[in-house]
Design a protein around this ligand. Structure first.
Ligand SMILES: *Cc1c(COP(=O)(O)O)cnc(C)c1O
Length: 222
């Protein structure tokens, strides 16, 4: 299992570099976020020992239980929150994470700005866009994203690095990636968090700066 993770991590990194070159991009402009949700410390350690430093988690409580100890051993870890974030977890999220990809509503923007001021440190922020307008999914709908970005920046003083999306499971992802890239460009945002195990190459083609890959590295969850 351990060597599997190391092999799959190396394959994923090679595939990312290949996709970047195929689409005339620089491999170093695509950051691999290794999504370790539901993976115990023993499953994560081989990736750390192989040099991976950027990880993604979906749940504040789980991240809080796993990562502080790992950070002591690997101080240069970069931890990204990619799951839905409750406003009442904003304080813990600001303390734990280097980046948050799920900013999608005013109540959360308000809490994050308050907690960033209190902590004197700010995670990098991505606004999640519900490109498929799916009712069960988080994210601002495309028609309201420009206004939400303006609210985050002007009213709450938040620096926004980019946009994030999770395309509908039953549709080709590329139109969603293209839409996210278009919304980012017109709002002068450089970060694009898009692409998971099944579709990160297509996301790189359409400009992804951050791909979030879990099962292709760690194997199937639970
Ligand atoms: C779980 C998850 C991923 C990783 O998914 P895989 O298909 O395992 O690569 C990426 N992004 C988000 C938001 C997730 O919840």
């Amino acid at each position: 299992m351990m060597s599997d993770t190391v092999g799959r991590l190396a394959e994923t990194k090679a595939a990312i570099a290949r996709a970047a070159r195929d689409f005339e991009r620089r491999p170093e402009d695509v950051t691999l976020i290794a999504v370790s949700k539901m993976m115990p410390e023993e499953a994560i350690l081989p990736a750390l020992e192989a040099g991976q430093r950027v990880f993604g988690e979906n749940y504040v409580q789980e991240a809080k239980a796993k990562w502080p100890a790992l950070r002591e051993r690997f101080p240069d870890i970069e931890l990204h929150m990619i799951g839905p974030l409750q406003s009442n977890k904003a304080r813990e999220a600001v303390a734990l994470f280097d980046a948050i990809h799920s900013l999608d509503r005013e109540s959360l923007a308000k809490e994050l700005s308050r907690e960033i001021a209190r902590a004197g440190k700010a995670p990098r922020l991505f606004v999640q866009v519900n490109t498929g307008e799916e009712p069960q999914k988080g994210g601002t709908v495309p028609g309201e994203t420009d206004a939400f970005l303006e609210l985050c920046r002007s009213h709450y003083g938040l620096a926004i690095e980019g946009l994030m999306c999770i395309p509908p499971a039953d549709e080709p992802p590329s139109p969603h990636f293209a839409l996210l890239a278009k919304i980012a460009a017109r709002n002068k945002l450089t970060g694009l968090s898009m692409g998971m195990s099944a579709d990160y190459e297509a996301a790189i083609q359409l400009g992804a700066t951050h791909v979030r890959v879990g099962s292709a590295i760690f194997g199937a969850r639970g």
